[in-house]
Write a new protein. Structure first.
Length: 314
């Protein structure tokens, strides 16, 4: 009887110990430790987050979500989460609390990305929050947008294209015979032009063209020679002008004196021009008289007197 009581006592103590150990493990897993401090973070969407959701800091669990407080701010719903974090844990003020999902099948949690600030968020302070990206909601939104695009844009575009293609096909069926006839006429014209060109470029004309090209080459060479001669002549003229300038420069004093003397002579002539003209007129009359006497009596040149008979006759 005593042995059974001892066995029951041992079994009871073992069960009680396992129960206490289970409570301690659950307490550790949920992060409910007595030594925690409260922090707050605001979100507009907390899909996948509930009370008790883990809070990690760079992947290391430091607490859990203790409470969720919906709030209405300026007509929009916001969610303030109270986080119970380990006491004494320093969180830089520029840290960001993001809702993340560690894996496809894992529950969402809040991970605090460590900032670089040297100041820290005080207990009961607010940590900057960043909303999660709901993959399924995003896919649904994209699916609705694609459906709307397909219904309102792509389908009408395809219908318009089909109508245009039908119209183009009808136009082509109508226009192709005309286009074919025009192409045939064009080919006939090209063939005729080709024949005329072949007749134009017969052997005799080719010889003439060769002669023309040869003459053109000769003319080109002659023009080149003429250009060279012109260049030589221009160089000689330039040299002549240069020499003339040099002569004028070297004899500028003599030329200046000659001009002065010429001016003085012209002045003297201008002053005596009337007397000179008078003397020239007298001389001219005398010469005329003398020539007349010579014509009437050439003997004047020898005797110097006029014959008497000439005087009587006169």
């Amino acid at each position: 009887m005593k042995q059974d009581n001892v066995n029951y006592l041992v079994v009871g103590v073992f069960v009680l110990s396992m129960f206490i150990l289970l409570l301690v493990v659950l307490f550790r897993i949920t992060g409910n430790t007595a030594d925690t401090e409260a922090y707050f973070v605001d979100y507009t969407n907390i899909t996948g987050i509930n009370k008790g959701s883990p809070v990690t800091y760079g992947g290391y669990q430091i607490g859990q979500v203790d409470d969720i407080l919906p709030r209405n701010i300026s007509g929009k719903t916001r969610y303030r989460l109270e986080l119970g974090l380990k006491a004494g844990w320093k969180i830089p003020s520029d840290s960001v609390a993001r809702i993340v999902s560690p894996g496809l099948l894992s529950d969402d949690l809040i991970d605090i990305a460590e900032g670089e600030s040297t100041t820290y968020v005080a207990p009961n302070g607010i940590i900057q929050g960043q909303d999660s990206i709901n993959m399924m909601a995003t896919l649904n939104t994209v699916a609705y947008e694609i459906k709307d695009l397909s219904d309102n844009s792509i389908k009408p575009l395809i219908n318009n294209l089909n109508r245009h293609v039908d119209t183009i096909g009808t136009d082509l069926n109508t226009s192709i015979p005309t286009v074919t006839a025009s192409i045939n006429q064009l080919l006939d014209s090209l063939n005729s032009s080709a024949n005329q060109l072949a007749e134009l470029l017969n052997e005799k004309n080719q010889q003439h063209l060769s002669s023309v090209f040869e003459n053109a080459d000769v003319i080109s060479k002659n023009l080149s020679t003429l250009t060279e001669n012109f260049n030589n002549a221009r160089a000689q003229i330039d040299q002549l002008l240069k020499n003339s300038n040099q002569i004028l420069t070297d004899n500028s004093d003599d030329i200046r004196h000659s001009v002065i003397d010429l001016r003085s002579s012209l002045g003297i002539i201008s002053e005596n021009i009337n007397a000179i003209i008078y003397n020239l007129e007298s001389t001219s009359r005398n010469v005329n008289e003398f020539s007349r006497q010579i014509r009437d009596n050439p003997g004047v040149l020898i005797s110097g007197t006029v014959p008497k008979q000439d005087k009587v006759q006169h």
